[in-house]
Design a protein around this ligand. Sequence first.
Ligand SMILES: [Zn+2]
Length: 351
Amino acid sequence: MTGDFMTGMEALLKKLVDSPSISGFEENVRDLIKKELKPHVDEIRIDKIGNLIARKGKGDPKIVLAAHMDELGLMVKYIDDKGFLKFDMIGGWDERILPAMKFKIHGSKGAITGVIGSKPPHMQERDEQKTPFKAKDLYLDVGADGKNDISKIGIRVGDFITRDGKFDKMMGSRVTGHGFDNRIGCLVMIEAMKRLKGFKGTVYAVGTIQEELGLIGIRGSVYSINPDVVLALDTTISGDTPDLKPGESGIKLGSGPTLAIKDAVTVVNPRIKKWITDTARKNKIKLQYEVMDGGATDASIVPMIREGIPSGSVLVPTRYVHTPIEVADMNDIEDAVKLVVDAVKSVSGYL
Ligand SMILES: [Zn+2]
């Protein structure tokens, strides 16, 4: 059942989850990726807007593996006289889940714990209990006794607020944590770079910024590298919970990574589809095809960069995406790493 023992990949995923990193404030995850990749790559640089770009090998073909480093969070918007913080949401939140959540507010004097409080059930009218809370009516309590206390602990308007979730093992190979979207993509990228040896060409690991706000970091980084192909490594919605109908999503946990055939922006390049499909078949790696109604990844806009660069998304199924208790299967993560490593090795035949 569950236990304290962790595999190397679980331990690294825990470290990634424990590194607060919301859109616009990605340095914690970036530092960790840098540390992990350093012994395994030829060069690492941080570009002008904060993307991490690690290079391994030289010459053609050039492949980019991209994983966004940011996740959802909040930002301090207003501090009231009693010392409660009003906030703005960063990224695609379901605001109904905000009450009773715990956060860290990153002020100039370090991180402070805060909670989103709400009126206890005893004090609520019947109607109130049936109406979900709205973010604009909620507030964070950091334990302050007035506005003065807030300035003493170094919190100002514009400070970042991250979720205070943690990583836990569940039954078998299942794990839970916050920010799996996209610490899992970062983990797949790191592991693939570690395992890639003796291929011809150059592989770049790119940790992108502000994906959740509109695929911000990928544009300049891919423009500057000018690669032959880009694979975005990210998470996707697993459709195997009781509240999703099979017709809405056929994606299952434990059935391998997915290849996004279509998302809200684009349809996958046919050569990429063949490349990833052949790689999975030849190496006996499970692969699910995914047709998404909504959602996009860093790969979605890559066909619009420069003259158009072919791209695809290799995604790890995750339940409860964008909540602090996302659930994934370590076997899918391992399969995603294998798929990416084998794909990089065979890319020449598909360009
Ligand atoms: Zn994502």
